[in-house]
Design a protein around this ligand. Sequence first.
Ligand code: PDD
Length: 282
Amino acid sequence: QWIYLNGDYVTKENAKVSVYDHGFLYGDGIFEGIRIYNGNIFKCKEHLDRLYDSARSIMLDIPLSYEDMQAALVETIRRNGLRDGYIRLIVSRGPGNLGLDPKRCPSAWVVIIVEQLAIYPEEAYRSGLVSVSVSQRRNIPDALNPKIKSLNYLNNILVKIQANLAGVGEAIMLNAQGYVAEGSSDNIFIIKQGVVYTPPCYIGALEGITRAAIMELCARLGYKLKEEPFTLHDVYVADEVFFTGTAAEVIAVREVDGRMIGKGEAGPITTHLLEEFRKIVD
Ligand code: PDD
């Protein structure tokens, strides 16, 4: 396995960063998780746009042009010989001193890791996941804007810990007002009487690229889609619930906080959207 590290290709054993790196010390940096399907980088432009927007927002200078970054992704995939897999692209503020001032970090560090990925077994896409809501609240735009895909994932990790304690794969996070925001690393959708709903991102959700792809699919397939706030009550009484994410793709939820959703398996619209999603990626 070859890892891109600041312009060099190194083995996993040699892929090391400094303990003074502000990504390590403070979570100061940004990242993307990207899929490779059939040798193609899925939604490459969308991921790079989000990366460069995150960088601009936090005043992080990415030392590579957009084109050079794209070339680095392609070359890392080529060296690893993968046709299907997952790319983790990380840009940290880079090594500095112990203070948190980014002025002490002369240059950002870029890391690209390419790996195989199997997050859920295929069976889970038919049977659906069991999920729970957690007490951890999503940080909202007046704190750390969820549109920034930052390396500061403690919020999400606390959600994951609660999911682990409950013995479930993904949990549902609310915002401070009690509206449903998203999962620990997935966006959420519900379906009621044929209408597909997803929370607007200002509620406290990442502007997911899979989310956008599903919204586009809904339009193309003729499903009515509403981007509007909803509560846990709406989730409990939904006909179908599913999560979307680069790693998870489109995964149904069959139970939330002990309430069975629909027939307790992946519902018809979720299944249809997953099938159509798999057609676009292949
Ligand atoms: N997840 N919300 C959060 C907090 C996320 O971290 C992610 C991405 C998503 C889904 O966004 P997208 O569809 O662009 O992947 C939502 C990880 C990194 C992943 O799925 O790879």
